[in-house]
Design a protein around this ligand. Sequence first.
Ligand code: ADP
Ligand code: MG
Length: 449
Amino acid sequence: MATNHTNALLKLRHVQQIYTSGQRRFTALQDVNLTVSEGEFVALLGPSGCGKSTLLRIITGLQKPSEGKVLYRDQPLKDVNPHATIVFQTFALFPWLSVFENVDLALKAREIPSNIRTSRALDLIDRVGLGGFETAYPRELSGGMRQKVGFARAMAVEPELLCLDEPFSALDVLSAESLRGELMELWTSGSIPTKAILMVSHSIEEAVFMADRIVVMDKEPGRIIAEVKVELPHPRQRKSDEFQRVVDEVYGMLAGQTEPEAIELGTAPGEQGHTRALPKIAISDLAGLLEYLSELPTNRQDIYRLPQELKVDSNHIFSLIEASEILGFVYVKKGDIILTSLGETFAEASIQARKEIFATRIRRLPLVRWLTTMLTHSENHALDWDVIHAALELEFPKDEAEKQLDTLINWGRYAELISYNDDKALVYLGVSQGQGSVRVRGQSGSHLD
Ligand code: ADP
Ligand code: MG
């Protein structure tokens, strides 16, 4: 990796993008100021529609902003930036060309002489981990492998600034994870000429895993609202406390920007103070509420309308609102329920990404922390249902203790923090074997860490 001097590659100054359709003028980007320096990996996070893709098009010169300056190495960008490339979510490969020919074509387009082209193409294919697949056709490759060919083609251009627009979001979980690892390997080992990476991401964990700096955007109008530096060494350990701390900080920015006051989380059983009961809700109902709000143009609704709109009784609505508030997905103001950016991120996320968001949010809850800590210190990381129930009975009446434990198990299972064996009435830490969520290793010949 290049050293972290303040050698600016890209500078955006007061960039504004206005789109007009008919009478309507729409501010897609407002006063965006951003500098990307040599050696930096910057991630852009924000709800959909906040102008992330627009920003990448402006940076690469595919589009001129309505106002403001785009400087590349201190020179105003006049045309398409020859030093920058975008990798999109799904890469358009030529289906009738082999892996080798697809990469070779990108070199040909750069007018690389034919005598060095072949070895260059083979080398690129090898570097993205596709050695042995040179003669394969796109239809024979998995989604992850096709995306690797996309990376090889982007790298063939030897861009100084590599822009990635949600490059992993069209892939299955395993391919995405191995491709992330391989990109980080290429980047941190300095074996590619790329000087800086700017990646649009939908996943907070992904951004914290990869980037040196996270730029958080919000919409209406699209703008930058915060920045976080990530100073953890690579390769980063997702399970480590430091990692989780940064993830929490970023979540807080997305959830907290509109949150008027800190939510009272209460204390854990055995600690001094009040243990706040968890609202008894099903996660599918919570997801339903957030999806409903995310589809409204203003992302808000009068609470009194919800029972009819969602066809659930009002007591249940209040539990759903309480749960969403505790998790930072909504806030309530003057009788309206309002979706936060984090709530919107959840509503738009894939199944696995939802689980990750949910897990991060419930780890903050004293009851969840209490349960996982107890499990961590128990033999085989497991405890009898009865034992946990008895401990909860010190805090709650008998019936309530049972309901609390049910909710804890449901939420913890969904988040893949704990698992539960119904026959043995045992609660385990983590995802245990034979529970239906066992992870399979080693698809498409790539490896996980
Ligand atoms: P993101 O990538 O963050 O989802 P985009 O940059 O794609 O956001 O879009 C930002 C906003 O600008 C969206 O509301 C989108 O509908 C609008 N938009 C994007 N491109 C155009 C365009 N060419 N004309 C009009 N509106 C556009
Ligand atoms: Mg986009």
